[in-house]
Write a protein that binds this ligand. Structure first.
Ligand SMILES: NC(=O)c1ccc[n+]([C@@H]2O[C@H](COP(=O)([O-])OP(=O)(O)OC[C@H]3O[C@@H](n4cnc5c(N)ncnc54)[C@H](OP(=O)(O)O)[C@@H]3O)[C@@H](O)[C@H]2O)c1
Length: 267
């Protein structure tokens, strides 16, 4: 039997991008997928594709920046599916702006709410159920959560924050058998780069990365499912990301230059 057959999986940010790809990648294992995001019509489309692949599904429209809606998502999951085995924090947003050129810094608060506080609210409500199932928390952070990246100050800060939170929580949860799997993707093809906040706090509109050479979302999803099945501590999706962890110990300025070049060239 596959690892997630019959398991109840809550997945945020399931309406598009990596979240949608992850829902589709998990579906052939016949899990019960609880799909959450703000765009209900898009979620219904993903739901139909997941069902066709073998998943049972529920759709709950949720804005993860709102504590009450996060708590409601978990309560509705328990009411509808009767249990919770896996909580995947995937919903997220980005930015593309130099700090000294920002005319609107509200993105700091918005990205902390979306990328950090959403996972806090959801995890707090879900924990008793995850302890009962000796379940798993999966966090889609970023390589920008492991190292500094120019034009990503608010994003990188929020992604470092989730690393701090869940690396600490993992230790507390070990005695309860709840696993924590951290995911640090490098550039992936998705809408996040177009929806990213620019210096005026509005979406930039055009992607600033070379989408064609970025990792396809379905390939990223396949790697994530593998890491989940192994209950791996950390998955870094790129070779430069994996090597960078060690190189920065003795050549941190080299890593700064690599991060700068990646943002300048978009690859
Ligand atoms: N793409 C990359 O290069 C890359 C690299 C590293 C890490 N990541 C991380 O991967 C995750 C997924 O990103 P993606 O690239 O797939 O981006 P995406 O295509 O923009 O998708 C983001 C998802 O998050 C949802 N979302 C946004 N705001 C929300 C809110 N307030 N409440 C609930 N859901 C919300 C969106 O759905 P609605 O708009 O329908 O709410 C959408 O489903 C993020 O955490 C991101 O930081 C991405």
């Amino acid at each position: 039997m596959a690892a997630y057959t019959g398991k109840v999986i809550v997945l945020t940010g399931a309406s598009q991008g990596i979240g949608k790809a992850l829902a589709l990648a998990l579906s052939p294992q016949h899990p019960t997928l609880v799909l959450a995001a703000r765009d209900e019509a898009a979620l219904r489309g993903v739901e139909a594709e997941c069902r066709a692949l073998g998943a049972a599904t529920f759709v709950f429209r949720t804005d993860v920046t709102d504590e009450a809606q996060c708590r409601d998502l978990i309560r509705q999951t328990i009411r509808s599916a009767g249990a919770l085995d896996v909580l995947i924090h995937n919903a997220g947003g980005g930015m593309n702006a130099r700090f000294d050129e920002m005319s609107d810094i509200s993105m700091f608060e918005k990205l902390m709410r979306l990328n950090y506080l959403g996972p806090v609210y959801l995890t707090h409500e879900a924990l008793p159920h995850l302890k009962k199932s000796r379940g798993q928390i999966v966090v889609i952070s970023s390589v920008a959560g492991l190292t500094g990246v120019p034009l990503r100050t608010a994003y990188s800060g929020s992604k470092h924050a989730v690393f701090g939170l869940f690396e600490s929580l993992r230790i507390e949860l070990a005695e309860h058998g709840v696993g924590v799997t951290m995911i640090a993707p490098d550039f992936v093809q998705s809408e996040i780069h177009k929806r990213a906040y620019g210096p005026d706090g509005k979406p930039v509109g055009d992607s600033t990365i070379a989408e064609r050479v970025a990792m396809p979302a379905d390939e990223c999803a396949r790697l994530i499912v593998g890491a989940m099945e192994r209950r791996q501590r950390l998955l870094i999706t790129s070779l430069r990301g994996r090597l960078g962890r060690f190189v920065r110990l003795f050549a941190p300025r080299l890593i700064d230059r690599i991060a700068s070049r990646a943002i300048r060239r978009g690859v």
